[in-house]
Design a protein around this ligand. Structure first.
Ligand code: THU
Length: 136
C-alpha cells in the first residue's frame, strides 16, 4: 500500500474524532503485515485523563484483531508542523513496532516527517528489561 493511501485513511479516520474538549482531531492509520489497515481517532472524556489518542486506538484495534506485525503508520492532525505523538503513545508504539518501522507524521497541508520509534523514544523501557536484562 502506498503512503498516500494510508495518509488518506488517516485523514478519513480523523473525521470520526470525538473531541468536544480540545477540538483537536487526530487521525491514525496502521498497516499490518497481513495487509489490513486499522484506523483510529482520538476519543476524549469529561474525565480528561481517560482520553485515548488516535494512535493508541488504531494500535489497540489491530492488536485486538490478532495482529502482531506492522509495516507502517501514518498520523495526521491540523497542525503547523507534522503532529508529534504523545509520550504514552510512544511507549505503546515501542511495545509493538520494530525499532525502524516507518512512522509518518503529517498535517493537513501534507507536510510529512518520517520517524521511527527508536528516534521518537530513545533509551526506552523494553519488554526485555523485565526478564533477560533483569538482574536476578
Ligand atoms: N492527541 C492524539 O490523539 N494524538 C497525538 O499525537 C497528540 C494528541 C489527542 C489527545 C487529545 O484528544 C487531543 O489530541 C489534545 O491533546
Amino acid at each position: 500500500m502506498e503512503n498516500n493511501e494510508l495518509l488518506q485513511s488517516a485523514k478519513e479516520a480523523l473525521k470520526g474524532a470525538y473531541v468536544p474538549y480540545s477540538q483537536f482531531p487526530v487521525g491514525a492509520a496502521l498497516l499490518a503485515k497481513s495487509g489490513k489497515v486499522y484506523t483510529g481517532c482520538n476519543i476524549e472524556n469529561a474525565s480528561y485523563p481517560l482520553t485515548c489518542c488516535a494512535e493508541r486506538v488504531a494500535i489497540f484495534k489491530a492488536i485486538s484483531n490478532g495482529e502482531r506485525q506492522f509495516s507502517k503508520m501514518v498520523v495526521v492532525a491540523d497542525t503547523d508542523r507534522p503532529v508529534p505523538p504523545c509520550g504514552a503513545c510512544r511507549q505503546v508504539m515501542n511495545e509493538f513496532f520494530d525499532a525502524k518501522m516507518p512512522i509518518y507524521l503529517a498535517n493537513q497541508t501534507n507536510e510529512i516527517k518520517l520517524v521511527n520509534i527508536e528516534s521518537l523514544l530513545p533509551f526506552s523501557f523494553q519488554p526485555t528489561d523485565l526478564n533477560e536484562n533483569r538482574r536476578k
